[in-house]
Ligand binder design. Sequence first.
Ligand SMILES: [Mg+2]
Length: 265
Amino acid sequence: MLLLTHIGRSVANWPSLFLSLSSSSRYHRRAAMAANFSGDGGGRATLRGVVFDMDGTLTVPVIDFAAMHRAVLGDEGLAAARAASPSGSVDILHHIETWAPPEQQKAYEIITHFERQGLDRLQIMPGATELCEYLDSKKIRRGLITRNIKAAVDLFHQRFGMKFIPALSREFHPCKPDPAPLLHICSTWGILSSEVMMIGDSPQDDVVCGKRAGAFTCLLDETGRYCSLESLADDQKPDFRVSSLIEVHSLLETHFDLVPQSLTC
Ligand SMILES: [Mg+2]
C-alpha cells in the first residue's frame, strides 16, 4: 500500500524567498493551483518533469557523512557547527565556503576522498530503474541535482546506463538548497517549476531547494526517520513522503496529470 503523506499547500506557509523568486503572475497561478490541489483526489496538477537527488535517492547511501564531517571539522568543530545549526545538521560545503583557500582545499580533498570511496560501492536504489522507465514511457523529463562531484555523476551514468539531462553537480553554483540549480533545469527544459517535482532524501537540501523553486517536493524516507514531519521546519516539509521509490509510480498516477514534454526543447 502506498505510504503517502500530503502536506496541505497553504500559501501563507510558503517561504518568503519563493515570492522574491517568482513573478506576480506565476505566484497567482501557483496559488490557484494549490487551492485546487488536494490529497483526497479532488484536484490533479500537471507534471512535466521530475528532478532527482543522486546520493541516497537514486543510489543506496554509502557515504558516511558523519565521519566525513568529523574528518573535515574535527570533533570540537563538528559539535560547534551542530550547536550553531537550528536543525542540528551541518551543511559542510556551505560551512567551508568562508575558509582560507589552503584550509578549503584540504577540506575539499577530504570530502572528495570520502565520495570516491562511496563510488566503489555504488548501487542503484530499488525502484529507480523502474521509475525512470515509467517516466520515459510517459515522456516526462528526468533531471538530476547533486552536491557530489561531476565525476560521480559520470560514473553513475556509465554504471547504470540511464541518463539524466541536465545533471548538475556541485560544480554548478550555488548548490542545493539554493533553488538556482532547479530553476536552471526548468529553464533549460522550458517548463514551469510548478510543473516539476523534486525527489530527494534530504529535507534540508532537496525539499528546501524544491520548495524555494516553487516545485512539488517528495521526500524519500526509507527508514521512517521523518515519520513525524512536525519536527521539520516549514520549508523542509515535503508535499509527499514515500519510504521507497517504488511508491512514486502510484503517487504520480493518483495526484498528477503527466503531460509529455517535447524533447526538442
Ligand atoms: Mg541525498
